[in-house]
Design a protein around this ligand. Structure first.
Ligand SMILES: NC(=O)c1ccc[n+]([C@@H]2O[C@H](COP(=O)([O-])OP(=O)(O)OC[C@H]3O[C@@H](n4cnc5c(N)ncnc54)[C@H](O)[C@@H]3O)[C@@H](O)[C@H]2O)c1
Length: 556
């Protein structure tokens, strides 16, 4: 009983294990945590309750009694009832998260909490301070953008209409809401929003906080999350490419993030993801990410592996050539990251499946997989032989297919999003004499990347096709020139290598674009100026691009 109200509290698991307290939002009840709780209960004492006015808890008679001070008081009373001697780990979503912020930033309650995981619900005083700061600096746009996302807050201030809208069964079904909970919860908006935003609260906390940023949340945008930074003594932020109701829609990964955080606060070493998530220290952009790259022993693959390592990612360098893969991993470690070399032939389906199983067992699921290994082939189509086609399709097309088929299911199963990158080529959309075989494979993987992007979007997995253009790497020294004897072939390789060198466009610049593409989830990434021109031309005037292909001949 709190304030004369009976709150419905349920407990699961061993009471001697660390306690996790789950607080629900609006218009939910503690049922939203059903699947998360089921995954936590083996290791923790899991407690949840229905917030006043919701589920099986009583509703206050006075509609004004939904103030944050009262809600935080309820929360503290539940902690004192279920865990008298030890602080609890708080996990809260939506309005639950707003009231949990109110509790952890109240000096009277702070010692009740060992940690706090906040999902999609900011501290209203932090937001008020953030908005004032933006406006002081003349930055109107981010404030307006958030206000547009917060339209419903204005709607809930209207009389009668919000109550009427909850009579619609369709709306209640869509939001899994019960009519009484939805009606009562409107008071949260009416008694808390405007008043709090006017106040100038200084709400600091020493409780370690983990924010789970849902990047597709239409109500609480991730842009708001940094508002908490000035007020937290220690803060972690982890992203998930999901929408607002992630606790219901993706319970596995929410339980996993909570477990990792709680165990780390309890003294366990930080998981890879958590290491990169600490944001109250200067951090590198890909810290805590695991990146796997095929063809990482040379050229674009090697440069990209080192660029990711420089930005803090752990590296798995895969190549058919053991020495060069090892050299890449060794150099990557100079950036103080974990890096390992693997030998694999991407054209070998079974070998790639075995690689994926080994990687998963030894290092976990990569966050970013770049199917990059490839070979060159030049010469007239009429001079190509069956074996030439088997070889180039085996490496450049099936190699990408085998890589993606081995790793994409792991990313989907893990349910934390991620990025797949395919190294295609400007040759995918630029018809060029003597490159028929090479272009065919690159057009195929380009198309594969586009299709896969649409297929995997619902899992929060992005797919990018990199189309470099002419880049000085070792590829020209190993390219097969069909229809030539060994001597002529050697001369062609030397001539093309010299030409590519004169172009002065190194693989490091491609690597920079790959990192940008992953950060922004770009679909098609032309890199060199000629690749940009070819991509643009192929869209606005394919006829001109075909004509250019007829006029200009690459050296043989
Ligand atoms: N360099 C360019 O101008 C250019 C332009 C467009 C696209 N690309 C593409 O970029 C990718 C990387 O090429 P690069 O220029 O860095 O060449 P590179 O020759 O320097 O590097 C390719 C790497 O792939 C490895 N490899 C080759 N076959 C393999 C196999 N079967 N299994 C595993 N590893 C294998 C090689 O050992 C080498 O380390 C290729 O897909 C290539 O087609 C290159």
């Amino acid at each position: 009983m709190v304030d004369g109200l009976r709150l419905a509290v349920s407990t699961q698991g061993d009471p001697n294990a660390p306690t996790i307290l789950l607080v629900h939002g609006y218009p939910d009840s503690s049922r939203i945590w059903d699947d998360v709780a089921a995954q936590l209960v083996d290791r923790f004492h899991v407690v949840r309750y229905d917030v006043r006015g919701c589920g099986d808890s009583d509703a206050p008679a006075d509609k004004a009694d939904y103030r944050l001070d009262q809600l935080a008081g309820d929360l503290a009373a539940v902690v004192r009832a279920v865990s008298r001697d030890r602080p609890v780990h708080l996990v809260a979503h939506d309005w639950g998260s707003i009231q949990a912020w109110h509790a952890v930033t109240d000096p009277e309650y702070a010692e009740l909490f060992a940690s706090y995981t906040s999902i999609s619900g900011p501290c209203l005083d932090h937001i008020a301070a953030w908005m004032r700061g933006q406006l002081r600096r003349g930055r109107l746009r981010p404030v307006l953008r958030q206000l547009v996302h917060s339209w419903y807050i204005g709607f809930f201030q209207l009389p009668v209409l919000p109550e009427l809208s909850w009579r619609l069964p369709l709306l209640r079904r869509k939001l899994h809401a019960n009519a009484r909970d939805a009606r009562n919860g409107i008071q949260l908006y009416r008694v808390n929003m405007l008043g709090t935003l006017r106040e100038r609260g200084q709400r600091r906390t020493t409780v370690p906080v983990q924010q789970i940023a849902l990047t597709r949340d239409a109500y609480v945008t991730p842009a708001l999350l940094p508002a908490a930074q000035p007020w937290c003594a220690s803060l972690w932020r982890r992203e998930l490419p999901f929408r607002h109701w992630a606790p219901r829609e993706h319970p596995g990964v929410i339980a996993e993030f909570v477990t990792e955080f709680v165990e780390h606060i309890g003294g366990a070493p930080a998981s890879r993801g958590l290491r990169g998530a600490r944001i109250d220290r200067p951090s590198r952009h890909f810290a805590g990410k695991l990146v796997l790259i095929t063809g990482a022993g040379s050229g674009i693959g090697r440069a990209t592996a080192l660029a990711f390592a420089e930005q803090g990612a752990d590296i798995l360098a895969v190549d058919i050539d053991q020495d060069s893969a090892t050299a890449t991993a060794t150099t990557a470690r100079q950036y103080v990251v974990d890096a390992h070399a693997f030998v694999a032939d991407v054209s070998d389906h079974a070998g790639m499946q075995a690689l994926a199983a080994k990687v998963r067992a030894e290092h976990g699921v990569p966050d970013i997989v770049m199917a990059n290994a490839g070979i060159g082939m030049s010469g007239p189509f009429l001079a190509t032989e069956e074996a030439d086609w088997q070889r180039i399709i085996g490496v450049n097309l099936l190699g990408v297919v085998h890589t993606l088929r081995a790793f994409a299911p792991l990313l989907v199963e893990r349910d934390q999003g991620g990025q797949l990158v395919v190294t295609a080529s400007a040759a995918a959309f630029l018809p060029w004499p003597t490159l028929a075989a090479y272009s065919t494979t690159k057009a195929a993987v380009f198309s594969l990347a586009q299709s896969l992007r649409t297929e995997l979007a619902e899992h929060g997995i992005g797919v990018s096709a990199i189309c470099p253009g002419i880049v000085a790497t070792n590829i020209t020294a190993t390219t097969r020139f069909v229809g030539q004897d060994a001597q002529a072939q050697h001369r062609s390789q030397e001539r093309t290598t010299a030409l590519y060198k004169r172009r002065r466009f190194g693989p490091e610049k491609v690597a920079d674009e790959v990192l940008r593409a992953v950060r922004d989830n770009r679909a098609v990434v032309p890199v060199t100026p000629e690749a940009h021109v070819a991509w643009f031309g192929s869209r606005v005037s394919p006829g001109i691009v075909r004509a250019v292909g007829r006029w200009v001949r690459p050296p043989e």
